[in-house]
Design a protein around this ligand. Structure first.
Ligand code: 13P
Length: 257
């Protein structure tokens, strides 16, 4: 059983003060949680400030994106080394919004993944299909191509710290979550592909689900054998909601008692 990972992607929301308020609330609400790894990905401008506020809490920081070079004349970009320097341990790569609005291809995701590993960051690699692709029964082939492209040519031993996030595009920000069994089927296919590509290095790789994860659907999603956590957007901006999602295990044991 892998330690679940619950990650909050704040996207382009929160200034420094608002982000600090959210982290301070979360610190109280998730005090003592040790059975889940908790990551938050604020905008770049807040990372360093928040690094002081998450210290000695269960929260770790992630960047939402990185450039593949260490440094250079790349106006407006931020490198993995800079993210690590500011306090990040993780970085999200290839989010569907980056693929759609910033033309990120599988080749670029692959370069960014190599750069994240070089910088000592743990990458969260996003894959997911559009509604049209799902309706055409292409989901598994689309996410498999994305995952193969992301990992291409990288040494398998270096990939044990990656996380794969399955985020169906039609479920992001829409309130429509994949049915737990449908998500499970895709996670299962991704798991098989990881073992095919990485062999035993695939064992510690978590596959997390994203797309309208909320307090009222986290328990059924986490009840699936191949769902190892969640990548949460909107609900990660509300302290109580994110804390409830993080504490899904406590809720499950209360339910049993
Ligand atoms: P929502 O949870 O708002 O659907 O966003 C999901 C997401 O894109 C997380 O990366």
């Amino acid at each position: 059983m892998l330690t679940p990972l619950i990650a909050g992607n704040w996207k382009m929301h929160t200034g420094i003060r608002q982000g600090a308020d959210l982290v301070l609330k979360l610190r109280e609400l998730i005090k003592g949680v040790t059975d889940v790894e908790i990551v938050i990905a604020p905008p770049f401008t807040s990372i360093y400030h928040l690094s002081h506020l998450v210290a000695d809490s269960p929260m770790q920081l992630a960047g939402q994106n990185l450039h593949w070079l260490k440094e250079g004349a790349q106006t407006g970009e931020v490198s993995g080394e800079m993210l690590a320097d500011a306090g990040c341990r993780y970085v999200i790569i290839g989010h569907s919004e980056r693929r759609a609005y910033f033309h990120e291809t599988d080749e670029l995701v692959n370069k960014k993944l190599a750069a994240a590993l070089r910088a000592g960051l743990k990458p969260i690699i996003c894959v997911g299909e559009t509604l049209a692709e799902r309706e055409a029964a292409q989901t598994v082939s689309v996410v498999s191509t994305q995952l193969r492209g992301a990992l291409a040519g990288l040494p398998t031993g270096a990939l044990k710290d990656i996380t794969v996030a399955y985020e169906p595009i039609w479920a992001i920000g829409t309130g429509k979550t994949a049915a737990p069994q449908d998500a499970e089927d895709v996670h299962n296919a991704l798991r098989e592909l990881l073992f095919e590509l990485l062999g035993s290095a695939a064992k510690p790789v978590r596959i997390i689900y994203g797309g309208s994860v909320k307090p009222d659907n986290i328990d059924s999603l986490m009840g699936q054998p191949n769902i190892d956590g969640a990548l949460v957007g909107g609900a990660a901006l509300k302290a109580e909601d994110f804390a409830r999602i993080v504490k899904f295990k406590a809720a499950a044991s209360e339910h049993k008692a």
